[in-house]
Design a protein around this ligand. Structure first.
Ligand SMILES: Nc1ncnc2c1ncn2[C@@H]1O[C@H](COP(=O)(O)OP(=O)(O)O)[C@@H](O)[C@H]1O
Ligand SMILES: [Mg+2]
Length: 327
């Protein structure tokens, strides 16, 4: 019997679906019923095809940028962290899950009318790879618009129609798993996924939460920065059906001049302990300008001090021990 048949047989004997079991330094995949459901792991796409000793790095790490508040920097962080990861050589996919399409405007400048992320919520069976396009930015070179691809970076864009499409999804069974189930088709195709969530805790954010390996929660330095965070944690707990989910708070918009305010906010945030990322993104006019020019900060002004903040953030995420995500 060759190895693949042996592997499949063993899978069929185990009664769990798509469960990962940590065993010393390796991860064992138990995927019995997936075979019947056509969700079996596609061996040919594995970077290191070994059925029993799959390394966690064979799986895309799914990060979502979540906060039901608008204006805390979700899109800014999704756009610039994705750029940082891609620049570090990691094949990265950004999914824009916000009908306002702020990250799509940057990485898919000719906003598509069709074939957006909406398809996933409208269609029951869809080839998700049809929606993935290389991330492109529009540069202004001496008054001429020039499109340039960002190596290693891909996007599934959204547009305003996502708002109505997501309402259709509300009537579907297992509506919280729609995105998760589609992502299985591509879980070996990318190193990182970044989801830019909308400023609500509706069905779109619930889909993002369900599939997330790590939830990044940006907060700012205002008096009300932690208002609503209890609701946010309750929603995550409801969707994940456990208290044991992985999240990190990410401080954004720190104005270095406001020493006293910063002190008070930092004290409030101490309660999050290891769940507080070390990186702080300072408030910077360059970030605003970059957004107005529809560019990631590194392309807009590589010398801006805040580029360093995003480099540190990228490093911190790259060093995050993904093994931690499996207990
Ligand atoms: N660190 C920062 N410094 C300066 N402006 C920022 C920073 N982070 C975000 N912004 C600006 O704040 C506004 C809201 O940010 P955005 O990323 O769109 O938030 P969200 O996606 O949470 O609604 C944008 O105009 C953006 O350029
Ligand atoms: Mg946004």
């Amino acid at each position: 019997m060759n190895q693949s048949k042996l592997a499949i047989k063993k899978w069929r004997n185990v009664n769990s679906i798509g469960t990962l079991v940590k065993f010393e330094d390796v991860v064992i995949v138990i995927a019995t019923k997936c075979i019947d459901n056509n969700h079996y792991i596609n061996y040919s796409k594995l970077k290191r095809p070994n059925f029993y000793k799959l390394n966690l790095h064979d799986f895309m790490m799914k990060l979502i940028v979540l906060n039901q508040k608008g204006g805390v920097g979700k899109s800014t962080i999704a756009v610039n962290l994705a750029d940082g990861l891609a620049d570090a050589g990691k094949k990265t996919l950004i999914i824009d899950l916000d009908p306002q399409a702020h990250s799509s405007v940057i990485y898919s400048p000719e906003l598509p009318k069709q074939e957006t992320v909406s398809e996933l919520f409208r269609e029951k069976h869809f080839d998700i790879t049809r929606l993935i396009r290389p991330a492109t930015v529009a540069l202004d070179i001496k008054g001429q618009e020039e499109f340039r691809n960002i190596p290693n970076l891909y996007i599934i864009p959204s547009n305003i129609h996502l708002a109505t499409t997501s309402e259709i999804a509300l009537s579907r069974m297992h509506r919280e798993k729609i995105l998760h189930n589609y992502l299985r088709q591509i879980e070996h195709d990318f190193d990182y996924l970044l989801v830019d969530c909308p400023p609500t805790l509706g069905v779109l954010s619930v889909n993002a939460i369900y599939t997330a390996d790590l939830i990044l929660i940006p907060t700012n330095y205002s008096k009300y920065s932690l208002d609503g965070i209890a609701d946010l944690f309750n929603s995550i707990k409801d969707v994940k059906e456990t208290d044991n989910y992985r999240y990190r708070i990410l401080r954004n918009l720190k104005d270095l001049r406001n020493k006293r305010t910063n002190e008070v906010i930092e004290q409030q945030l101490d309660q999050f302990g290891v769940n507080l990322l070390k990186t702080v993104i300072r408030k910077s006019e360059a970030i605003n300008q970059a957004q107005m020019s529809n560019l990631p900060i590194y392309l807009y002004d590589p010398k801006s001090p805040c580029v360093e903040d995003f480099k540190l953030l990228t490093k911190e995420i790259l060093n995050y021990d993904q093994k931690e995500t499996i207990d």
